[in-house]
Design a protein around this ligand. Structure first.
Ligand code: IPM
Ligand code: MN
Length: 353
């Protein structure tokens, strides 16, 4: 029997609640497909930080690095200054484990409401690959004369050819594997970012011309991309983009697929330990009320299984999510409006795996 070690990091707010439902569905898929999953719980997050002053130590990272995958609920606590937990836990893990791909599918399921008029599941089904290890997120830059009238601050969009190329190659491979429109759209702002943008544009073209002649190359400026995502999302198959642009457009992506309740993300190191999360945040006001939507967490575990190479188990969760939503029993993707509780949504999907 194949066995995997999974780190569970419930985190803050509603994180542990949605994580529990994700685990429920994961267990259902594991028992159906003959997988053994060994879980280890970790309590990283706001409560622990307030108790101990610790976010994530090197020895914590070393331990997590021995797992096969990490499942994260949410990070973010109303009593902790913004930035401490995000940088100290989430970004730290992404960097330390070199999870250089942030995979964010944008898929509208049946019966899920989108704010886009006249668009349905046949129009909204693409994937955003957000580069997850470079750019402005590296923190390069500095400040001087802070607090004076002449304060100066820089934050550098830093990319090397290897970091761009490994991301672009992953994106081409995924476009080929999806086998849909076979189109990889690079999103950047090369008309203004003439250095950083040009590196991405040339890498996209050179790698595509050399090794992916079967894949069509496309390019959008990021501002135009936000327009097309709303006007004609059906244009897209796979989008690849740098870190900050990817952060921004995937929130837009989450909205057009029905909201944060159903948006999942994978922080992937294709040769290492990856981490999967619902991207919606900790939603503290809903904590403990059994009203938060666990669908995003459930979609995240499907991505986890897929990344571990368990495509059949992943597909059975995808299908269960599809069937649960197609049944019409879940009334809305919004917290408190689902017509059933967090646990009941988990039960429903688990029963359909
Ligand atoms: C995300 C989040 C994070 C990011 C924050 C919380 C650091 O917005 O995962 O998209 O900017 O990457
Ligand atoms: Mn974000």
């Amino acid at each position: 029997m194949k066995s995997y070690n999974i780190a569970l990091m419930g985190g803050d707010g509603t994180g542990p609640e949605v994580l529990r439902e994700g685990v429920k569905v994961l267990d259902a898929a594991a028992s159906k497909h003959g997988l053994k999953l060994n879980y280890t719980d970790y309590d990283f997050g706001g409560e622990r930080y307030m108790r101990t002053g610790e976010t994530l130590s090197q020895s914590n990272i070393d331990e997590l690095a021995k797992q096969d995958a990490i499942f994260l609920g949410a990070i973010g606590h109303p009593d902790v200054k913004p930035g401490i937990l995000e940088v100290g836990i989430l970004l730290k893990l992404r960097f330390a484990l070199d999870q250089y791909i942030n995979l964010r599918p944008v898929k509208l399921y049946p019966n899920v409401e989108t704010p886009l008029k006249d668009k349905g599941p046949e129009h909204i089904d693409f994937v955003v690959i957000r580069e997850n290890s470079g750019g402005i997120y590296t923190g390069m830059g500095g400040a001087m004369m802070v607090g004076t009238q002449n304060e100066i601050a820089t934050q550098v969009m830093c990319y090397s050819r290897p970091v761009v190329e490994r991301c672009i190659r992953y994106a081409y491979d995924l476009t080929r594997k999806r086998n849909r429109k076979k189109t990889l759209t690079l999103v950047h702002k090369c008309n203004v970012l003439t250095h950083a943008g040009d590196l991405w544009v040339r890498t996209h073209k050179e790698v595509g011309d050399a090794d992916y002649k079967d894949i069509k190359q496309d390019y959008n400026h990021v501002d135009a991309c936000t327009m097309w995502m709303v006007k004609s999302p059906e244009f897209y198959d796979v989008i690849v983009t740098e870190n900050l642009f990817g952060d921004i457009i995937t929130d837009l992506g989450a909205m057009i697929q029905g909201g944060m309740g159903i948006a999942a993300g994978g922080n992937i190191n294709p040769n290492g330990v990856s981490m999967f999360e619902p991207i919606g945040g900790s939603a503290p006001k809903y904590t403990g009320k059994n009203v938060i939507n666990p669908m995003a967490a459930i979609c995240a575990v499907a991505m986890m299984l897929d990344t571990l190479g368990e495509d059949k188990a992943a597909a059975s969760i995808d299908k269960a999510v599809y069937d649960a939503l197609a049944s019409g029993k879940i009334k809305s993707m919004s917290a408190g409006k689902m017509g059933m509780g967090t646990k009941e949504v988990g039960d429903l999907v688990a029963s359909l795996v």
